[in-house]
Design a protein around this ligand. Structure first.
Ligand code: DC
Length: 227
């Protein structure tokens, strides 16, 4: 059982690009609840390993990196991404690169790395409530969460969204590369033996393909009984 079972959790799981990041930030702000971006912890583990010269194949060294992560999440203005600080350095942009995402997905297949990050994630469960964004929030990290959402969207739609985000950030990418990367990462995330990406049996599945952010947000609020 997880700590602080009395604190409500809205677990939002789903593949990258399903809109989870935007939705969970808006939800946390609207409700005045804490936010856990669990993907950032996997990205930070991959980045810290790279900085320390640790190979992504060295499982026990990666566990040490994950346990020792010196991380702070700092709130910013509405609509701005949360600031991510690693060992005193702002890495908000650095952890969002495709390369860091790909490395994160590689370290995330390792069960000992997942175990090393588990308690750190559960510690985010603080009053008045937590919105948790990830792949296994409803299945593993907060199995007793009163609200579990599985947010999905077609691979094409997710590639389109990612393309606009990256272009807006001034990065040079092509749609077909992004679509390939999304398919490879989906495959790895869904078919790994450690906490594969799948809806919890009691999750409500929301397909955001063709929906606006506001439409998705209102569906999630209804599902969470927070209207
Ligand atoms: O959501 P994201 O793109 O920031 O996640 C980066 C990688 O971390 C993704 O490939 C899957 C992995 N991940 C995970 O295995 N479990 C989580 N709870 C969150 C992310």
């Amino acid at each position: 059982m997880t700590d602080h079972p009395e604190v409500p959790v809205i677990a939002v799981d789903g593949p990258g690009g399903s809109g989870k990041g935007t939705i969970t930030q808006m939800l946390a702000r609207r409700l005045g609840w804490h936010l856990l971006d669990s993907g950032a912890l996997y990205r930070l583990t991959a980045l810290a390993a790279e900085q320390q010269g640790v190979s992504l194949d060295d499982e026990s060294a990666l566990v040490r990196v994950a346990l020792a992560l010196d991380v702070a999440f700092e709130p910013t203005a509405p609509g701005e991404p949360v600031k991510v600080i690693l060992a005193g350095v702002d890495v908000t942009r650095e952890i969002r690169t495709e390369r860091c995402g790909d490395n994160a997905s590689r370290v995330a297949v390792m069960q000992p790395v997942r175990d090393a990050l588990l308690q750190r994630q559960r510690d985010f469960r603080q009053a008045p409530g937590l919105v948790a964004d990830g792949r296994d929030m409803g299945t593993v990290v907060f199995p007793d969460a009163p609200t579990k959402i599985f947010l999905t969207a077609s691979a094409e739609e997710r590639a389109r969204r990612r393309y606009s985000q990256l272009k807006a950030a001034g990065l040079n990418v092509t749609m077909s590369d992004l679509l390939d990367e999304i398919r490879v990462r989906d495959e790895r995330d869904m078919n790994r033996s450690a906490a594969p990406l799948k809806p919890a049996s009691d999750a409500q599945v929301i397909d955001s393909t063709g929906l606006s952010i506001d439409e998705v947000l209102s569906e999630v609020l209804i599902a969470a009984g927070q209207t």
